[in-house]
Design a protein around this ligand. Structure first.
Ligand SMILES: Cc1cc2nc3c(=O)[nH]c(=O)nc-3n(C[C@H](O)[C@H](O)[C@H](O)COP(=O)(O)O)c2cc1C
Length: 206
């Protein structure tokens, strides 16, 4: 079934800016294309476990074959299947201590799997996921896209690297930054406007 994958990772509940913006985008998708399935994960209420030694072999990295590894493989297969099946992907990515939060990182740790979403060839690494639009909503208290904190941004380059490693290079970052520096509502409204214009392949499928 035609689907759009939505990943939420905020821990701030009803106050979450990324979740609020995702709500608006999902409402737009539902209105424009009621037939599309929204496959959604809220990693705060239903986290993907952190990688542990007893689960590592399930993610193709060696180590003992355990029940935990079997469970990790089943979860990884499911999450990878969703990424591959989706027509487009929406990710909510709050900045925690200059990078993505560990909740979202755990999802990536289960999705980036050798032989499934990337592989190494003689020419170097190769992504195995077919190209599709990815929208990443980045929320931040400070400003990192310009000015003195630019070098502290370990969020956007990391996301770009992980997505690109799988072949997902059609990524649009919608930054909502400076949220603790005044006029947050104006910044959120500007991001909502930007999201209203992003392409999710809706027209192509119509
Ligand atoms: C644990 C934690 C760490 C944070 N670290 C940073 C940071 O390093 N830089 C920053 O600009 N904002 C930081 N923030 C602020 C969040 O990025 C900001 O509140 C953002 O709106 C969170 O996204 P959300 O509203 O979707 O939850 C941090 C927030 C939390 C809870």
């Amino acid at each position: 079934m035609d689907s759009i994958l939505v990943i939420r990772s905020s821990s701030t509940g009803a106050a979450s800016v990324s979740n609020t913006l995702i709500d608006g985008l999902v409402a737009r998708i539902a209105a424009e294309e009621p037939g599309v399935a929204i496959v959604e994960h809220d990693l705060d209420s239903a986290p993907v476990p952190h990688i542990r030694a007893d689960a590592l072999s399930g993610l193709g990295r060696g180590g003992p074959v355990t029940d935990a590894a079997h469970e990790a493989r089943i979860l990884s297969d499911k999450l990878i299947g969703e990424v591959k099946a989706a027509r487009a992907i929406v990710i909510g990515a709050p900045m925690y201590n200059f990078g993505i939060n560990s909740t979202l990182k755990s999802w990536f740790d289960h999705v980036l799997r050798a032989g499934e979403t990337f592989q190494y060839t003689a020419a170097g690494p190769e992504g195995l996921v077919a190209s599709k639009p990815v929208i990443v909503i980045e929320t931040r208290a400070g400003v990192y896209s310009s000015g003195p904190m630019t070098a502290y941004d370990s969020q956007e380059p990391h996301l770009k690297a992980m997505l690109g490693f799988m072949g997902l290079t059609d990524v649009e970052f919608v930054r909502v930054e400076g949220l603790a520096m005044g006029e947050a509502e104006v910044k959120i409204a500007a991001a909502a406007d930007a999201l209203a214009g992003v392409g999710l392949g809706l027209a192509e499928a119509a």
